[in-house]
Design a protein around this ligand. Structure first.
Ligand SMILES: C[S@@+](CC[C@H](N)C(=O)[O-])C[C@H]1O[C@@H](n2cnc3c(N)ncnc32)[C@H](O)[C@@H]1O
Length: 202
């Protein structure tokens, strides 16, 4: 899928997204979000923030900027933030070309996105560029299972799945982070090796 097609897909499914995503949430993503986001501090940029599912988990002291290229997804995030009484800056922006200054955030967060970006290494490099040195890049992702039979099952269906929803579910999030040259501080897998919690710095 091209970026324009990905944006159109998310604009179209925005109102259904939370319902569709309820299954991975139930299978453990919610727990990973809660655990990882407690590590955020200071000025935070959330890249491809979607409907704002992470917003409730940030420490109250964080100043949050949430970016996404789908305005329909961000509209839902905006009402979620209003409901939570949070003051958040929203930006329509491409993760692979962030129009933000170098080293301007203490923490950069992204969740369930490396499967979707056409060039996930470019997106990680952008996250690293806008994060201050010694800042943190926090990721909750999903990818190819390290249980071989399950991983091969994902491989066989990967192309069909990506053509339908733009999600490459057999990517390897940790390898993408390492390919972008980040230092990994903490990395853990959950749910049959499919979900990832990653804390990294540039
Ligand atoms: C699977 S959703 C994840 C949303 C949210 N991060 C979450 O954890 O629920 C993927 C999100 O990435 C956004 N997205 C995809 N490609 C993007 C890009 N190149 N730049 C910015 N956002 C992008 C989509 O609009 C969508 O909101």
């Amino acid at each position: 899928m091209t970026k324009a097609q990905i944006r159109q897909t998310y604009d179209r499914i925005a109102h259904w997204y939370d319902l569709i995503e309820a299954i991975p949430e139930f299978l453990g993503v919610k727990i990973l979000r809660r655990e990882l986001l407690q590590r955020a501090s200071g000025k935070v940029l959330e890249v491809a923030a979607g409907t704002g599912k992470n917003l409730r988990y940030y420490p109250k002291t964080c100043q949050i900027t949430a970016a996404d290229m789908s305005s329909a997804m961000l509209e839902i995030a905006r009402s979620r933030a209003d409901g939570l009484g949070l003051d958040i800056t929203f930006l329509i922006m491409d993760a692979e070309a962030l129009g933000l200054h170098d080293q301007s955030f203490d923490t950069v967060v992204s969740s369930l996105t490396l499967c979707t970006f056409p060039d996930p290494v470019a997106a990680i490099l952008e996250m690293a560029r806008v994060c201050r040195s010694n800042g943190r890049i926090l990721l909750v992702e999903h990818g190819r299972s390290d249980r071989e039979r399950l991983g091969r099952w994902q491989d066989r269906r990967a192309e069909r799945h990506a053509a339908r929803v733009g999600c490459h579910w057999n990517r390897e999030p940790l390898k993408i982070v390492l390919k972008a040259g980040l230092k990994v501080i903490d990395a853990r897998r959950a749910f049959f090796g499919i979900f990832h919690l990653i804390e990294a710095m540039s």
